[in-house]
Write a protein that binds this ligand. Structure first.
Ligand SMILES: C[S@@+](CC[C@H](N)C(=O)[O-])C[C@H]1O[C@@H](n2cnc3c(N)ncnc32)[C@H](O)[C@@H]1O
Length: 236
């Protein structure tokens, strides 16, 4: 006797074949002959090895580090690719990063800045991380497009000119964001873009800050589910 063809998806309940809810149906994936990682498509090929090395180092190191302050806390690789895309899509040339760590995210931004003719200013409080970042930026050969600052981001922000930046990437001390907000607004140019990491992974810690940005009529916002969640705000 010929076997009946088995249903591909769904659950058979007596005589009624129940379709699974749409969110559980398998996605139809368009055929693709070449599979590339975000790194391969978003950065110069010479940088992919170093980025892969730093991502692996960050994972291993942070897994072992009992003290949070010594962790690298790097963005995810798909967030790096997303940042690179944002820099290129907006043509951002004057880029400010708050929270360098060992420069993993800085390298993504700086590599994209070479395509826009731009420059990344990045600030980090911890001297040991500043030194690691300096070494990594040199290894990437990107010293000419990275201006590294050591110190408190709040102090730096207070001393920056109005409208000095096209894009600001915020990935630092979340409890300080609300206090920094007046300066963040001020240093972004009209049409400038704010990108904030950890918007879903640490949403509760950023709730007041994100509410302040959402409530500001001068900004249009969007929450993007890439990596740990990227909160985007464009200044009118
Ligand atoms: C999440 S990590 C940054 C990770 C980095 N963006 C990356 O993806 O590679 C946050 C960094 O902000 C630094 N930081 C914390 N408070 C700061 C402050 N007030 N000013 C400057 N940097 C600060 C920490 O030392 C830490 O390295």
């Amino acid at each position: 006797m010929a076997a009946l063809p088995a249903p591909a998806v769904g659950k058979h309940t007596g005589t009624i074949f129940e379709r699974p809810p749409s969110h559980r149906r398998p996605a139809v994936v368009a055929p693709c002959t070449v599979q590339r990682s975000p790194q391969e498509t978003a950065v110069h090929p010479s940088l992919t090895t170093l980025l892969d090395e730093l991502a692996a180092f960050g994972d291993a190191h942070d897994g072992d580090a009992a003290n949070r302050a010594t962790r690298m806390l790097n963005i995810t690789p798909d967030t790096g690719a997303f940042l690179a895309l944002l820099v290129k899509a907006t043509g951002a040339r004057r880029i400010l990063e708050i929270g360098t760590s060992n420069a993993y995210s800085t390298l993504w931004l700086a590599d994209a800045a070479t395509a826009t003719g731009g420059m990344v200013t990045t600030v980090e409080l911890a001297p040991a991380k500043v030194a690691m970042a300096r070494n990594n930026v040199a290894r990437a050969g990107l010293q000419a497009v990275v201006d590294q600052r050591e110190g408190d981001a709040g102090a730096l922000l207070a001393n920056l000119d109005d409208g000095a930046f096209d894009l600001l990437f915020l990935d630092s001390q979340r409890s300080a964001y609300l206090a920094w907000w007046p300066h963040i607004k001020r240093v972004l140019r009209a049409g400038g873009l704010l990108v904030v990491d950890n918007a879903t992974s640490h949403a509760h810690e950023m709730a007041e800050f994100m509410d302040a940005v959402r409530g500001d009529a001068g900004f249009t916002v969007s929450l993007v589910p890439v990596g740990k969640g990227e909160f985007l705000a464009v200044k009118a």
